[in-house]
Design a protein around this ligand. Structure first.
Ligand code: FES
Length: 207
């Protein structure tokens, strides 16, 4: 091959130019093809997103319609917000039981709470204590009991009834045997009255 032949050289140049053009065309075609391929996938993704959004809106609308369609204004979101309350808590309510002056230290006084018979007395510190009137042993009347510090000593058989309601039997050596409990009420002294806590709606004066 005569490389210095101008015709052949020109042919070679021409060939390279043609080949370059063809490569560029192919590259353009490929890029165009990729662009064409990429475009639908983008559109599809957009379409998916749009469809997703539309479904969410539909769901939200459906929920709103369902809720609005119900009769309960709170569920429907059109009524007042309900107050948050502890379902277990019972509101405290204090009932006056007896004037504090009628219960001097060392004395056991009979009282009534609704239909229950009870007694009230004062512990060593002077705090009022209210408990059932009948001893848990053999129903002795506790108005006969003796106040011993923070306990009542039953006159029947000597059981001790603590202010927290625990019943004990003590022997001469000081051994204590638990004997169950006696019913007690929470009590306080307020404005000259011994009051007991009872279940019920709190009143404005309760504090
Ligand atoms: S009745 Fe009270 S101790 Fe027996």
């Amino acid at each position: 091959m005569e490389l210095d032949d101008p015709i052949r050289r020109g042919g070679f140049v021409e060939h390279r130019r043609e080949r370059g053009d063809r490569d560029r065309r192919q590259r353009r075609d490929v890029e165009g093809h990729e662009a064409v391929l990429a475009q639908p996938s983008l559109d599809l993704r957009r379409a998916d997103l749009a469809q997703e959004r539309a479904a969410n809106v539909l769901d939200a609308d459906r929920t709103r319609v369902d809720v609005v369609g119900c009769d309960d204004p709170i569920l429907a979101g059109t009524g007042p917000r309900p107050a948050v309350r502890d379902p277990v808590a019972v509101p405290e309510h204090w009932e006056p039981l007896i004037a504090g002056a009628e219960v001097p230290a060392g004395r056991v006084v009979e009282v009534e709470i609704a239909d229950d018979e009870a007694v009230t007395w004062r512990t060593r510190s002077g705090a009022p204590c209210v408990m059932a009137r009948r001893c848990p042993h053999l129903d002795w009347d506790l108005t006969d009991a003796i106040v011993m510090g923070d306990e009542l000593l039953c006159a029947g058989h000597g059981w001790s009834l603590r202010s927290d309601g625990v019943a004990l039997k003590r022997n001469e050596f000081g051994r204590e045997d638990a004997k169950g409990t006696i019913r007690t009420w929470s009590a306080r002294e307020h404005d000259g009255w011994i009051e007991v806590e009872t279940p019920g709606e709190a009143q404005p004066g309760d504090a």
